[in-house]
Design a protein around this ligand. Structure first.
Ligand SMILES: C[S@@+](CC[C@H](N)C(=O)[O-])C[C@H]1O[C@@H](n2cnc3c(N)ncnc32)[C@H](O)[C@@H]1O
Length: 475
């Protein structure tokens, strides 16, 4: 038969043709056809170990691109069984294991590959292994480089001293399991998917829909290809359950153990999991976060905003509070949540879903857009305190209509003094009318006129920021 040697293997010409075809498919990124061609080489190469190992390594790379990770690992193991020192297979296996968060065995593969570039990879795995254990991250290079994408640090996932419990806010929340100091990392989570776009400031909803659709497609794809990802998404609230129906998941679910790695399926290039699309869409509605990206501010100068919206599983269990004790930072596809003040063991961890330096009614509108009535004690106090109600309504009207912000601040301070409002609650109200305080302190004229009748800017901003980010240690 043409193209086949006497022993049953491919002859040189047939092999050459298959290699040329594979190169064309590689350039076209047609991974499914590429796998088919690699398979023909693997099946027909006979005893040529070098060609066999290369074809297996190439097929593994293509399978990994299609997220058939189990198939990719099987190919790499077969290649390494034939030649334990094959550098291509070792580098590919190292990269695959590193992507799965298995840094120690990944480092072993890179070390065995022995190439110059491998030394840096071994070092990187060592760093990630340490970070996955401690949660300690160093963002200084990235910050000093102005958040340049190229300087974005590699991060490993991390689950700190927290667990999911039932929350007084309704449903579940994240709680500290031991005392945590301000600044400590609570979790680092990689997004299931992120939809991104650089949009003009005045982007219409159609342009935003493009970003949303990208996210939806990516999340559905991830769920179809990985049963573990689908199972994690199904732990999240659809917003339609009664709070008591929501199951409190075991934390082990969020710690990726080697044995339950999301490897996909050898056959998944042909078969996809059947996912509950409607459920996933409602989960996305309730749990998606927009990236709180420092770099977005830089882009904002040129009239465009960097818009990113994504799904991060464990951070999705964190409830909102208008006096939060944590904040999140987005670094690449990872969300880092860290304590913004000391948190006691057993205390619920909360971060703000929206701007909390605005009056209670505005925050109510933002919370309702998220589909809930905020139950935090700052909202309860501001909405329910009868002695202050009228004054707060008037202050809010004055804030909306502009005018002398100094007069507004002085009235509010007088009212709080006369009503014997406690320091902690004063900080709540000052935060709600912070734009008026800022307008006063930013104007020399207003400071000259009203300055003596209000506490100094330094003391006030310290009190408000302590309330918002450093908790209740009000000066
Ligand atoms: C991203 S989820 C947070 C986790 C959710 N509690 C759960 O059990 O899955 C957002 C939902 O949690 C609830 N939630 C979050 N913060 C809240 C708050 N301050 N007050 C009331 N409900 C809140 C709302 O139902 C909201 O739609």
């Amino acid at each position: 038969m043409a193209g086949v040697r006497d022993g049953g293997g491919l002859d040189d010409e047939a092999l050459q043709q298959l290699r040329s075809r594979a190169t064309q498919l590689l350039l076209k990124e047609d991974w499914r056809e590429y796998i088919t061609v690699c398979s023909r080489i693997v099946d027909g190469v006979g005893g040529d170990r070098r060609v066999l190992c290369s074809a297996l390594a190439h097929r593994a790379d293509a399978r990994a691109r299609l997220r058939d990770l189990r198939g990719a690992l099987a190919d790499l193991d077969a290649a390494l069984a034939a030649d334990p020192t094959h550098p291509g297979a070792l580098l590919s296996k190292g990269a695959l294991l590193r992507g799965l968060g298995r840094y120690a065995p990944a480092a072993e593969c890179f070390r065995a590959a022995g190439a110059d570039e491998a030394r840096e990879l071994v070092e990187q795995c060592r760093r990630l292994e340490a970070q996955a254990r401690s949660g300690a991250v160093d963002l200084s290079d990235w910050v000093l480089a102005g958040f340049a994408a190229g300087k974005c640090p590699d991060l490993a996932e991390y689950v700190g001293p927290v667990e999911v419990r039932r929350s007084a806010h309704g449903g579940r929340g994240i709680f500290a399991v031991k005392n945590v100091e301000a600044g400590a990392t609570l979790m680092i989570s990689k997004a299931v998917a992120v939809g991104r776009g650089v949009l003009p400031d005045a982007a219409d909803s159609g342009e935003k829909m493009v970003v949303w659709k990208e996210l939806v497609d990516k999340v559905l794809d991830a769920a179809e290809k990985c049963p573990r990802t689908a199972a994690l998404i199904y732990t999240l609230s659809t917003g339609e359950e009664r709070p008591e129906e929501l199951v409190v998941p075991e934390m082990a679910l969020f710690r990726q153990e080697p044995e339950d790695l999301c490897l996909g399926d050898v056959t998944n290039t042909a078969r996809k999991e059947v996912v509950d699309v409607d459920r996933i869409l409602t989960v996305l509605d309730v749990n998606c976060l927009t990236e709180d990206l420092p770099a977005a501010n830089l882009l904002g100068n040129s009239g465009v905003v960097n818009c990113g919206v994504g799904l991060w599983i464990l951070p999705s269990f964190i409830n909102h509070s208008c006096h939060p004790n944590a904040r999140r930072t987005h670094v690449g596809d990872h969300a880092i949540v860290h304590a913004s003040r000391d948190i006691k063991a057993g205390e619920e961890v909360t971060f703000p879903y929206f701007d909390v330096l605005v009056p209670v009614s505005k925050r109510g509108v933002a919370a309702r857009a998220w589909g809930f009535e905020c139950q935090c004690d700052r909202c309860k106090f501001e909405a329910e305190d009868v002695t202050l109600k009228q004054e707060l309504m008037k202050a809010e009207n004055d804030l909306a209509s502009g005018g002398d912000m100094g007069a507004l601040v002085v009235r509010l301070e007088d009212k709080m003094r006369k009503s014997l409002v406690k320091e902690r609650r004063k900080a709540f109200l000052r935060a709600s009318f912070w734009s008026a305080y800022s307008a006063l302190f930013d104007s020399d004229k207003l400071v000259r006129k009203w300055g003596r009748r209000v506490p100094s800017r330094g003391c006030l901003s310290q009190r408000v920021s302590l309330m918002l980010s450093a908790g209740m240690r009000v000066c």
